[in-house]
Design a protein around this ligand. Structure first.
Ligand code: NAP
Length: 336
């Protein structure tokens, strides 16, 4: 069977050469464990945290030579655990491997009801990213009808779901994404406006898209995008800090200049409410109930971009941090 292992710690943005695809023997299943056949791999930015020599955030840590950490949907093909039977479909952080022998007491596994939604959504809209999008807009963002909400990385899984939830709540939703094609696709999803942060006149376009200022800024990115948003925030604006992908891989200090003094001044002088959060915990089960309802009523779409074959996972993962054309959830189909 195939696995993807860490070849070397990425320096900054990950490169394909940081990964290696290897063939290894099938694992042996111990008492209490289950043998899982991976069906879908979830490619999430958070995997990058596990690939640093020092743990800056998150609990997972991968050493060179070890299997890459990450979420997956898998099928139980052998069970030596009375809580699981052959044929069960589960979701858990089981890593980039075609098969895994897993102790559910060590790696939590959630059983998936395949009749409720396509099983791939268990790592997308009906899983952690969906719960996070719900938290951005409801639990943390407290978005109200008529407010202007700006969302960075709006084409990503969290951003594209949060944006649609914003529309369901009656807000005016402005997305920020990298490229005219992405922005066009986001307008088709129902956003009121979308601004390409790679355009030379990004700041002017964003200001024009938010003539009355911004009530809520859902930040997935940080960096230059956020510095452009800050002057447009209204007094008392809420800023759910969902992620900061522009800084993943720069360590704790980054290359400078230090924008922290300016940011602190803006927080104080504008009375900003800046809050980081763990989306899965804030969104909880209620998020999944709400999202299932919105999917059923046709108010929420969940586009997926699918890459075939575990050996193509590194290339697809690297694309998250550079140019990629997709909207929504990025998945690797490992088996049918
Ligand atoms: P995703 O679907 O992989 O989308 C990420 C997108 O970020 C990329 O497609 C890219 O889109 C954009 N991006 C990458 N590098 C960028 C940069 N330097 N500057 C600006 N944009 C950049 O990711 P996701 O699952 O939606 O996650 C989005 C963010 O939320 C990440 O920061 C992630 O770590 C965070 N997150 C947080 C939680 C939580 O519990 N707090 C949970 C899940 C995710 P463009 O083509 O538009 O550049």
């Amino acid at each position: 069977m195939k696995q993807v292992i860490l070849n070397s710690y990425p320096q900054g943005e990950p490169q394909v050469s940081d990964f290696a695809v290897v063939e290894v023997a099938m694992p042996v299943v111990a008492e209490g464990e289950v043998l899982l056949e991976t069906l879908w791999l979830s490619l999430d930015p958070l995997i990058r945290f596990a690939l640093d020599p020092v743990t800056i955030t998150g609990r997972a840590h991968v050493e060179p030579g070890e299997v890459i950490y990450g979420g997956a949907v898998a099928r139980v093909v052998e069970s030596r655990n009375s809580d699981f039977t052959v044929g069960d479909v589960v979701e858990g952080r089981t890593g980039w491997t075609e098969y895994a022998a897993v102790d559910p007491a060590r790696v939590p596994l959630r059983k998936i009801d395949a009749t409720r939604a396509p099983i791939s959504t268990a790592v997308g809209v009906m899983g952690m990213p969906g719960q996070t999008a719900h938290a951005c807009m409801i639990g943390i963002g407290r978005v109200k009808a008529g407010e202007t909400v700006v969302i960075s990385a709006a084409g990503g899984m969290v951003g594209s779901t949060a944006a649609q939830i914003g529309k369901i709540l009656g807000a005016r939703v402005v997305g920020i994404a990298g490229g005219a094609d992405k922005c066009a696709a986001l307008l088709e999803l129902g956003l009121d406006a979308c601004v390409n942060y790679k355009a030379d006149d990004f700041a002017q376009q964003l200001a024009a898209a938010c003539p009355e200022g911004i009530d809520v800024y859902v930040d997935n990115v940080g960096g230059a995008v956020t510095l452009t948003v800050l002057p447009l925030l209204k007094y008392g604006a809420r800023m759910p800090v969902c992620g900061y992908i522009a800084y993943y891989g720069v360590g704790m200090e980054g290359p400078g200049p230090d924008h922290l003094p300016g940011f602190m001044r803006t927080i104080m002088s504008k009375g900003l409410e800046v809050r980081g959060f763990h989306g899965q915990m804030v969104g909880g089960q209620q998020a999944l109930e709400d999202i299932a309802g919105w999917i059923r009523s046709g108010q929420l779409q969940h586009p997926e971009a699918v890459v075939d074959g575990i050996e193509n996972a590194p290339q697809a993962f690297v694309g998250i941090f550079g140019n990629n054309p997709y909207i929504g959830k990025l998945l690797v189909r490992v088996a049918d």
